[in-house]
Design a protein around this ligand. Structure first.
Ligand SMILES: [Zn+2]
Ligand SMILES: [Zn+2]
Length: 233
C-alpha cells in the first residue's frame, strides 16, 4: 500500500503522471496510459447492482429502497467500487489536484454503455469550497466526457445555494436533511435527458436532491455518472 501511495504522491507532485512511461499505481511500463493494463483491469469492479442507484443486489434487481421510495434519478452508472486502489485515485484528483485523472475517468465512463443524454452537468461545489480547492473535480471529468459523447456541457447548470456540512462528516440518516434545498438551477431542461457527473456516490442523498431540482426544471430523465460507488460491507 505504501508503494502505491508514494508513487501517487510522486506523480501528483510532478503534475505529469500521464507523461511518465510507467503505471501510476505499480510502476510497470505502460506507454502513455495512466495505468498499466493489469492495474486498470484490477480496479474493484461493481458486482451486479440496482440499475437505479447502483447498490449491489442479487442478480442486479432493483433494490428495496428504490422500489419503496423511488429516487428522482432514473439510472446510475458507477465505474468501480470505492475501495482500494480506486479510492486513492479519486482522492488524488480531488485533494491533490492530479488533473490527469479526469480524462482517464471520463474515457473510462465513455467506454461504458451510457444512457443517451442531451446535457452533461457536474455536481456543483459551493463557491467557498471551489475557492479553497481551485477547481471542481466533477467539472473536470464532465468537460472531457461531454467532448467524448457530443452532449452539451452545462458547467454552471446547477449551483449550490448554501454551504452544507460535508456529507462525509454526517451519519447516513442525517445526509438527506443536510442537503435539502441546497441546489438551484436556472436552466429550462424541458424534455432533456441530463447526465450528472460526480466522483463518489454513497447514500445518493446529494445526487437525489440535485435530480429533484433538475426534474422541477423540466428534465425528462436524470442519469448519474459516477466514478465510484461506496458500499457498506
Ligand atoms: Zn500498474
Ligand atoms: Zn436502488
Amino acid at each position: 500500500m505504501s508503494n502505491h501511495e508514494s508513487r501517487l504522491d510522486r506523480c501528483a507532485r510532478a503534475g505529469r503522471g500521464w507523461l511518465e512511461q510507467d503505471c501510476a499505481l505499480c510502476g510497470a511500463g505502460c506507454g502513455r496510459e495512466l495505468l498499466c493494463r493489469s492495474c486498470a483491469d484490477g480496479l474493484p469492479s461493481l458486482p451486479e447492482h440496482c440499475p437505479r442507484c447502483a447498490l449491489p443486489t442479487p442478480g442486479g434487481a432493483a433494490c428495496g429502497a428504490c422500489l419503496s421510495n423511488p429516487p428522482h434519478f432514473e439510472t446510475t452508472i458507477a465505474l468501480w467500487l470505492y475501495e482500494f486502489p480506486c479510492d486513492r485515485l479519486v482522492q488524488a484528483l480531488k485533494y491533490r489536484a492530479w488533473l490527469a485523472l479526469a480524462p482517464f475517468f471520463a474515457r473510462s465512463l465513455a467506454s461504458r454503455a451510457l444512457p443517451e443524454v442531451d446535457i452533461v452537468l457536474p455536481m456543483p461545489l459551493h463557491p467557498r469550497r471551489l475557492a479553497q480547492r481551485g477547481f471542481n473535480q466533477a467539472l473536470e471529468i464532465a468537460r472531457d466526457l461531454a467532448r467524448r459523447t457530443g452532449a452539451t456541457l452545462e458547467p454552471r447548470g446547477a449551483r449550490r445555494t448554501r454551504d452544507t456540512i460535508p456529507q462525509t462528516d454526517l451519519p447516513y440518516e442525517e445526509r438527506a436533511r443536510n442537503i435539502r434545498g441546497a441546489f438551484a438551477s436556472d436552466l429550462d431542461l424541458s424534455g432533456k435527458a441530463v447526465a450528472v457527473v460526480d466522483d463518489v456516490m454513497t447514500t445518493g442523498a446529494t445526487l437525489n436532491e440535485l435530480a429533484g431540482v433538475l426534474k422541477r426544471a423540466g428534465a425528462a430523465g436524470v442519469h448519474n455518472l459516477v466514478i465510484a460507488r461506496s458500499v457498506l460491507r
